[in-house]
Write a protein that binds this ligand. Structure first.
Ligand code: MG
Length: 268
């Protein structure tokens, strides 16, 4: 997964990948010239974007309470604005010919009668219907709630074009559960995946997040993950995600991850 304004398509394509997900920062103006720019770049470099990912202004991933307060559709005060922004991201994705959008919706409460649960499920339905108008799917990123909560939520949302962007590292970083195990439960709902790695949060600080690692160096067990994806019949691309702040380190880690993953896939 690469970010508009941070990565260039040329640089990403030079890493040996043919497709990926495009992240849209919350403050990026989505206008006609950006659409022209991306269409031209995609035409020139034979590359396909499988998902356009929406992030929102004001999101902060410092620790778990901050994520709860700032990320996705849960914060009430930004809900309306983020709903509008997601429609714009869906329109932008459609304009550049992409058939899927995705986002982190934030921590879904376990209690189905919680006002946030009700409001956010309505919001996901409206966005799903907007995306369906463009023939798009809408994927919710995993990690911030246990698998059974996400499954119930998707069941309540009840829209055929809504599913999961499965990120195995997030489940570890947030201490949510073993990602390989829950794939048995969530497998049929997975629309897209992130190939990302990380370590569990320290046991003595329940509010801390774990640490993201280069692919294959964390606690996910990437060989098992790839094998499990095959077992649950996932046939889509493996989108490498690396969030290291240092851009050089990030690109170097992605570069190393490409042959690592290719080898795992071909050995299955
Ligand atoms: Mg991710």
């Amino acid at each position: 997964m690469f970010w508009a304004g941070r990565d260039t398509l040329q640089e990403i394509a030079s890493l040996g990948v043919r497709c990926g997900q495009l992240g849209i920062p919350g403050d990026l103006e989505l206008n006609a010239s950006l659409v022209r720019e991306w269409k031209a770049a995609l035409d020139q470099i034979q590359f396909s974007i499988v998902t356009v990912f929406a992030a929102y202004t004001g999101e902060d991933y410092t620790d778990i309470p901050t994520v709860q307060r700032t990320v996705g559709f849960i914060p009430n005060e930004t809900r309306q604005q983020r709903e509008q922004r997601t429609y714009e991201v869906s329109d932008f994705a459609a304009a550049i010919g992409v058939g899927s959008i995705a986002t982190h919706i934030g921590f879904i409460p376990e209690n189905q009668s919680h006002p946030d649960y009700i409001a956010v499920s309505g919001m996901v339905r409206r966005i799903a219907d907007h995306a369906a108008g463009h023939g798009q799917t809408f994927a919710l990123e995993t990690g911030q709630e246990p698998a059974h909560v996400l499954r119930h939520f998707l069941n309540d949302v009840a829209r055929p074009n809504v599913g999961i962007n499965f990120d195995p590292a997030n489940m570890i970083l947030y201490g949510t559960g073993d990602p390989i195990e829950v794939l048995s439960l969530l497998g049929p709902l997975v629309l897209s995946v992130h190939a990302k790695d990380g370590d569990w949060p320290p046991p003595d600080s329940p509010q801390a997040l774990g640490i993201e690692r280069p692919l294959g160096q964390g606690s996910v067990g990437i060989p098992r993950f790839v094998e499990k994806l095959k077992e649950v019949n996932f046939r889509g691309p493996l989108n490498i995600e690396r969030e290291a702040e240092n851009q050089q380190e990030r690109i170097a880690d992605i570069r190393n991850a490409v042959p690592y993953l290719k080898k795992l896939v071909t050995s299955l």
